[in-house]
Design a binder for this molecule. Structure first.
Ligand code: PLP
Length: 446
């Protein structure tokens, strides 16, 4: 059986097989075809327990089967830049961007490819040739080599370091501003400590305090939590579930309300949408970004804007639980345990047991937080066997000679797939060593 590949790719595989193993070319070609197939982009089951796994595409998007027909993701022609009212050219900023502004309580918003792109655009448009005040405690690498000092430099802005690693006070910003001359400073930048923590004797200056300096305040809040009060998770009586692992995460709405003039964040972290970067806040600043030539280079396509719009409509309907991210995030441990126990009894093998475990938010956010969860433990390292399961690759976690499948990140509709995949994996010989995705190995930004 050959993988379902286009003829041209099978020909490549056949040539390679004959060159490498002329004596047994057919068997070699079959192996190479499977390897080739596995390099294609495809769905996987995330059983790692990392909710926003950067290597697995961060926030999962809803299955189009379950979404509203009107907003199905298979758009052919669309009004991407067409005004249906007047029949003239429109703007790709009238759909998702307007909904975002409304949800963030912002005057205006702009969508680009990712949060890194959003920050580069903001700094290029607002601070080229000028100074930007940043606390020494926030000169960070966010992941994948995305470093704040480098981003500033590549945007043509000049970094003005303020304060110390653990303590930066308002007076430090004020004296840096005086030292360099107020006219030479474009803005102050706050970067959320999303993938690290400074503990002990620390002090940081809030956006509200920074606003008193009279400079625009830009905040990179990174993870894109729209509202700290989580209104989209409220039950009928208005009560929202307690999610202790989210405590202290800045909301877009609250950041703007408390004094930030502009915020930037990712679309595929706590927002639960597609990969995108959002710029939201004061209209004049957003317009300056939109007019910059880089905005054209960083603009997202219709597929992304459509998925983002669907995500935002779910929030506006107060139905964000229909987004896979919030669904995973709010699953009760008891329900996960029941699922684990029924999988274990269906597999009926002593090598497969039900165990408590800890999920993590991932995506380079909330580095020291974990979420109680439940899942399945298999004896032996079965990571490779699960990844090569024929129906759909399953990515699990392996540690100290065991394999763990965390059910928080698995859609319950996939439980029957897990039963079969586990049976198959348990019949294969466990591998001795391998590099499987670890909890800690996901720093988010790459
Ligand atoms: C994740 C993150 C980024 C990078 O976001 P991308 O969308 O991956 O470009 C930037 N800043 C902060 C604070 C982040 O947490």
């Amino acid at each position: 059986m050959f993988a379902d590949l286009p003829h041209a790719l099978l020909v490549d595989v056949a040539r390679k097989a004959i060159a490498l193993e002329p004596a047994d070319a057919l068997a070699k070609a079959q192996l190479l075809a499977i390897e080739r197939q596995r390099r294609l982009l495809q769905p996987v089951i995330n059983a790692t327990g990392v909710l926003l796994h950067t290597n697995l595409g961060r926030a999962p998007l809803p299955d189009t089967k379950h979404t509203d027909q009107l907003f199905s993701s298979t758009i052919r022609a669309s009004n991407l830049e067409f005004d249906l009212q007047t029949g003239t050219r429109g703007s790709r900023r009238t759909h998702a961007s307007e909904l975002l502004a409304q949800l963030c309580g912002a005057e205006a918003a702009l969508v680009v490819n990712n949060c890194a792109g959003a920050l580069v655009l903001v700094l290029s448009a607002l601070a080229q040739g000028k100074g930007v005040l940043v606390s020494r405690g926030e000169l960070v690498e966010i992941g994948g080599g995305f470093r704040i000092p480098d981003v500033l430099e590549s945007s043509g802005a000049r970094l003005v370091e303020v304060g110390t690693t653990n303590r930066t006070r308002l007076a430090d910003y004020a004296s840096a501003m005086d030292r360099h001359g107020r006219e030479s400073i474009a803005l102050s930048l706050k970067v959320h400590q999303s993938n690290y923590r400074i503990q002990g004797f620390t002090e940081e200056t809030t956006a509200a305090e920074l606003a008193t300096l009279g400079l625009p305040v830009v905040a990179d809040i990174g993870s894109g939590l729209l509202d700290e009060r989580l209104p989209w998770l409220a039950d009928r009586s208005g009560k929202t579930p307690d999610l202790p692992w989210l405590r202290g995460e800045p909301g877009a709405k609250q950041s703007l309300a408390s004094g930030a003039d502009l915020i930037v964040f990712s679309g595929d972290k706590l927002l639960g949408g597609p990969q995108a970067g959002v710029i939201a806040g004061r209209r004049d600043l957003v317009e300056a970004c939109a007019k910059h030539p880089l905005a054209r280079a960083l603009r997202p396509g219709g597929l992304v804007l459509n998925a983002l719009q669907n995500t935002l409509l779910a929030y506006l309907r107060n139905d964000a639980r229909s987004l896979p991210f919030w669904d995973m995030a709010t699953r009760m441990v008891e329900a996960l345990q029941r699922r684990a126990e029924s999988i274990v009894s269906a597999v009926a093998d002593v090598k497969c047991t039900s165990v408590a475990m800890q999920s993590v938010p991932g995506g380079g956010t909330l580095p020291d937080r974990s979420i109680d969860s439940w899942g399945i433990s298999l004896s032996g390292n079965r990571g490779g066997a699960l990844r090569s399961y024929v129906d759909v690759p399953i990515v699990a976690r392996t540690a100290s000679g065991k394999t763990f499948l965390d059910l928080r990140t698995v859609d319950p509709a996939d439980d029957t797939v897990l039963v079969d995949a586990i049976r198959v994996a348990l019949t294969a010989k466990p591998s001795n060593s391998e590099a499987a995705p670890e909890h800690g190995g996901d720093d988010g930004g790459e």
